[in-house]
Each structure stands twice: as C-alpha cells, then as structure tokens.
Design a protein around this ligand. Structure first.
Ligand code: SF4
Length: 337
C-alpha cells in the first residue's frame, strides 16, 4: 500500500522518538517507516496482535509489537488475547506455547527459528530419563518443544523455576534441558535436581573474567545475569534471575550503571525504556532470535506459508497444556509467593 508523505513523516518521527535512544538515525527510521506502517495497518485489517520477545531488535519491539516481554509474560498475553491472529515474534517453541494456551487462535511465526536448548532434547530422551528416576517429578524449562512438554509434570520459565520446583510434592526433580540453570538452582533448594546437558549457546559464552573487567572499569556498577549463565558467572554478580526480574531490579535500584549479562535485546530495551539508567559492558546476540526481521513479519501477516502457521497434534496439545497449566497455577498461587 502507498502511504502519504504526511503519514510517512509522522511514522518516522514516532519511530525516531524511541529508536534514537539505541542510536538509530532519522534516516534509518525513514527507511523502515513504510514497512512498520503496512504491518500496523495489516494488524488492524486482520485483527492480529504481535507479541515480541525482549531479545528481538528494537525496530520490531518499538515499531510493531503490541506486547514485549519474556516467555511467561508473552504466554499470558497469548492466553488472554481477543485477537483472531497471534503473530509470535520469537523462537518456535514459544509460538507453540501460545497455540497450546489458546488453540482456537491462528498462531503465526515470521521465521522458523530454533533454540540450542529446545534442540538438545527429544520426547524419547525424556521417557528414558523418567524410567531411570520413576520417583522424580519432571520439570521442563519453557525452552522445549511442545512434544517434550507433553512428557513433563510441569513447565517453568527462568522467572518461576524455583517456585515450580518447590511447588511440586516430589523430593527429586528432573530439571531439563538446561544444565547450567539446574546447577544454579540446586543451591537454592533442598530437593535433589537431576539435570540434562542442554545449554544456551548465548549465555554459556560469558565468563567470570568479563565480570571482573567490567567491575574494574565501572566502580559501583550493578551486574545482573540470566540463570542460563554458568555458576562461576552467577556467583560473581549482584543479581541473577529471569528477564522480568532483571527489568524490575534495574527499574527499582538507585545505582547509576548496570550491566546485563544476557542477550543484547534486553539491554536495548533498558536503553529505550529507562534512558536515565546507564548500561555498560558487553552483551551477546542470539543467532536464532536475530533472524527475525520486519520483512519476515510483513510476509507472514500478508500471506503465511504452511510452515509459518503453528499446528499441533491434539494429543500433544492436551498433554503439554497440563504442564503449562500447572506452571501457571503454581506461579499464581499466593502460597508460593
Ligand atoms: S538466547 Fe539461548 S535460550 Fe534463548 S532462544 Fe537464544 S539460544 Fe535459545
């Protein structure tokens, strides 16, 4: 669709207001303005919403997304939306989660993006480990396929993992697939955690040396790390947890500078949403999340291919929903807060 000069100018200004905080120029914004206008027009025409994970690029988060968040927050948005179409801008397993929670909706993905954690384990692996520890509950991190979730007692995210482990009656818990997260959680619970050997290729890259260097260069800096990092990193930081916990920490802390030991998208989010807080140090890019572009979103909204429409077999959907419902019940139960 062709837009008027006026519309394009207004859109450029709207984008620039936010994106200049992450060093986008007005020309950069002018170049994407026709695409964001068209995506936002199609959203209205098709009664669609766009959910965007915090690890995406800022043009997607602030140009076209209706909600930005972590996997838990976005799952809840997917569950309660009245829109007909959910365009889930994130890796594939998160879009599957949206389909499980709201199966009547059309759930679309712009790109079929994987994740090193989700790809590290199959349903057969889960069945085998269950046979080895029949007395244990199985908790799967949300970064798993729907078919893996279907084999588990409860699902969890980085923000509620400990609460889910504590909320289950079993004393032994098979926690999968993130080996490093299981190791980080073990000292926080009396239960025995049995882990798998999956890793996030983004968070495992950070080393304790980086933390030491940043502390030396920025006295007074508060360093926050995602639970997918190695325990040697977690031991050196001021706060560890999930995405939402990190956002709240930065928002409420009086320190002037912060380093987020996580994916760069979250640092960008902080720069846009909390411009008075200084972000320092380094971050890392997720090659899966960063595949998604505005053009992919536009094409998926216009006429999605078969691959871009999430479909799940009824039996997987039903069983995986049990694991997700259990997570939501425990997370929202005041007894565990
Ligand atoms: S950041 Fe790590 S866990 Fe998240 S999608 Fe990328 S590879 Fe998977």
């Amino acid at each position: 669709m062709k837009f008027s000069e006026n519309d394009l100018h207004r859109e450029t200004e709207r984008l620039f207001k936010e994106l200049k905080k992450v060093k986008w120029s007005k020309l950069d914004c002018a170049l994407i303005a026709p695409i964001t206008l068209e995506i936002n027009r199609l959203k209205k025409e098709k009664n669609a919403i766009i959910l965007a994970h915090s690890y995406l690029t800022p043009d997607i988060m602030y140009g076209v997304a209706d909600f930005i968040g972590d996997s838990y927050g976005l799952s809840r948005q997917a569950q309660k939306t009245k829109a007909k179409i959910i365009l889930f801008c994130s890796v594939h397993f998160m879009a599957e989660t949206a389909k499980i929670l709201n199966p009547k909706k059309t759930v679309l993905v712009p790109v079929i993006a994987g994740c090193s954690l989700a790809e590290s384990i199959t349903p057969k692996d889960v069945r085998n480990i269950k046979k080895k520890y029949p007395e244990a509950a199985v908790v799967c991190y949300v970064n798993t396929t729907a078919a893996v979730k279907a084999e588990c007692n409860a699902c969890c995210t980085s923000s509620n993992a400990l609460r889910i482990i504590e909320g289950l009656p079993q004393k032994k818990v098979i926690f999968l697939p993130d080996e490093l997260m299981a190791k980080n959680l073990q000292p926080l619970t009396r239960k025995t955690l049995i882990n798998w050997d999956g890793r996030c290729i983004v968070h495992e890259k950070f080393s304790p040396k980086t933390i030491d260097a940043v502390r030396k260069n920025y006295p007074g800096v508060k360093i926050l790390a995602h639970l997918e990092c190695a325990p040697e990193v977690i031991q050196k930081v001021d706060m560890s947890g999930g995405t939402e916990g990190m956002i709240q920490y930065v928002k409420n802390h009086k320190a002037k500078s912060f380093m987020l030991v996580t994916e760069c998208g979250l640092t960008d989010r902080m720069k846009v949403e909390m411009p008075n807080k200084k972000m320092v140090g380094v971050c890392a890019l997720c090659p899966y999340m960063k595949q998604i572009t505005l053009r992919d979103i536009l094409l998926a909204l216009k006429s999605p291919s078969k691959d871009q429409i999430i479909e799940l077999p009824e039996s997987i959907l039903r069983k995986a929903k049990r694991a997700l419902d259990r997570m939501i019940r425990i997370t929202e139960d005041k007894k565990f807060k």
